[in-house]
Write a protein that binds this ligand. Sequence first.
Ligand SMILES: Cc1cc2nc3c(=O)[nH]c(=O)nc-3n(C[C@H](O)[C@H](O)[C@H](O)COP(=O)(O)O)c2cc1C
Length: 173
Amino acid sequence: MKNNQININNNEIKMQENDFIVSKTNAKGIITYCNEIFMHMSDYSENELLGQNHNIIRHPDMPKAAFKLAWDFISSGKEFFAYVKNLRKDGSYYWVFANITADYDSSGKIIGYTSVRRKPNDQAIKTIIPIYSKMLELEKSSGLKASVSYLLKFLEDNNVQYNDLILSLQGDL
Ligand SMILES: Cc1cc2nc3c(=O)[nH]c(=O)nc-3n(C[C@H](O)[C@H](O)[C@H](O)COP(=O)(O)O)c2cc1C
């Protein structure tokens, strides 16, 4: 099922404290592995996920700029952290605290990526929601550049690097 055919609803499914959602992709973001908890949380079977673009669980409330930043980081070999709202096959959603890292072959070439997600800190999600909605609004009214600029200005005003902000919001659960 394409995610634009899903009837989106406002039901939230929460991750459990000790859960880890894991997936791997090739260098283009095509899913090559997912664990049981990934399937359970996304409401898809392994067959429905393997070989699909990872955007199969993309939620329309997520700003494009968040993914642009993610790909800028990971394709240059830097690890990336983010709070991500994901869309389940049944139309409901779940928030995760995600980490993505690159996988290399023996010559040092990036051959894919691995993502591990944990339960996000509730307060961090409360902080991130208005930032994402402002970014989304700017993307609709003025385009991707305006949304990226807003995020960069927010980081500058708070005198913080992106990953440091995200990690500090997660804190100790
Ligand atoms: C390892 C890895 C994990 C990813 N996990 C997610 C995810 O959980 N949710 C998501 O929406 N995008 C995830 N992405 C990003 C997607 O590849 C994609 O960039 C994003 O969904 C935006 O898709 P779009 O540009 O087609 O709208 C992941 C990418 C990689 C490489």
